[in-house]
Design a protein around this ligand. Structure first.
Ligand code: NDP
Length: 279
């Protein structure tokens, strides 16, 4: 590096596996758009090596995105935690503070709400929402959905105890847990958020058609092939629209970018480029 020229700021995403991650492409496109030189790497790190690897990286870098299966571990190793991260008990972003300590953030829920309100034109105020799943992603989005004014958040999970625990942690009567086997008796919802990893794992998901009506928005947090099964179900059940989590992915990344660079990029051109690539 010639004298007087700063090296690009260093960022990375940590996951296991990681080859599918779109985060390097998204952050490079944001950097180009904002005229910010950055280096962004994807690290495939097994769970037992994660804490050491991310600490070593952040000793010399500015920040990191965290994806499956490390979000809870990232939350645990941080020195400071934002309210959104604390509520979810997981972090999808770590930043190195000026004194070297690490701060945990969770931008997943905000990313979902922003994509719903914008691209999907799905108002949340006063709506009945079904949240399928009670894992890390479901915990990350549940509070944000309630904060956005959802009238009733029904949480259904394969393991019923986890749904009950999440509803209890939310601590409001607007949030309630129901059994998977009772799905057919719940009526229809304005929004159905699919937050299980069944699609990623290639496992079938049994959902009754009556959950959707012609105004329902079906939203799968995953994208690409993983989302296809749920999206096909939502269309066949008569939902108004069926969308995957690509928009959420880009929006949560933009919030991470803003944390690191003090500037939120325009997400629309990046979303359009990725959508075209995925197609
Ligand atoms: P977790 O491993 O934390 O949780 C998995 C959840 O899926 C649990 O509720 C689990 O239920 C449920 N589940 C797994 N297999 C099945 C099945 N066969 N049938 C029914 N339920 C099942 O994963 P995450 O919550 O972190 O991730 C969930 C999804 O969200 C993934 O597809 C991930 O890619 C996506 N995601 C997308 C983001 C985006 O930006 N677009 C951001 C974050 C996540 P049980 O408790 O019974 O095990």
């Amino acid at each position: 590096m010639p004298p007087g020229i700063d090296p690009p700021a260093r960022y990375a995403v940590f996951g296991h596996p990681i080859s599918h991650s779109l985060s390097p492409a998204i952050h490079r496109l944001f950097g180009e758009q904002c005229g910010i030189a950055l280096e962004y790497t994807a690290f495939d790190v097994a769970p037992d090596a994660f804490a050491d690897a991310v600490r070593r990286f952040l000793a010399r870098a500015h920040g990191a995105n965290i994806t499956l299966p490390h979000k809870a571990a990232a939350f645990a190793l941080a020195d400071e935690r934002t309210p959104a991260a604390s509520r979810a008990g997981s972090a999808n972003v770590l930043t190195r503070l000026a004194d070297g300590r690490l701060a945990a953030h969770n931008t997943d829920g905000a990313g979902l709400v922003r994509d719903l309100a914008g691209r999907q034109q799905c108002a949340l105020q006063g709506r009945r929402v079904l949240l399928l799943g009670a894992g890390g992603a479901a915990r990350g989005v549940a509070w944000e959905l309630l904060d956005a004014g959802v009238e009733e958040l029904t949480i259904v999970n394969r393991t019923a105890d986890a749904a009950a625990a999440l509803a209890g942690a939310l601590g409001v009567t607007r949030a309630r847990a129901r059994y998977w086997q009772d799905l057919a008796d719940l009526g229809s919802f304005d929004l159905i958020v699919h937050a299980t990893s069944a699609g990623v794992l290639g496992q079938p998901l049994a959902l009754p058609p009556g959950l959707a009506n012609p105004q329902t928005v079906g939203y799968d947090l995953s994208y690409g092939r993983s989302a296809q099964s749920f999206l096909a179900w939502a269309r066949s059940a008569g939902a108004r629209s069926a969308c995957d989590g690509l928009g959420m992915l880009v929006e949560q990344a933009a919030d991470a970018f803003a944390l690191w660079h003090g500037r939120r990029p325009d997400t629309d051109p990046v979303y359009a480029q990725l959508r075209a690539t995925l197609a």
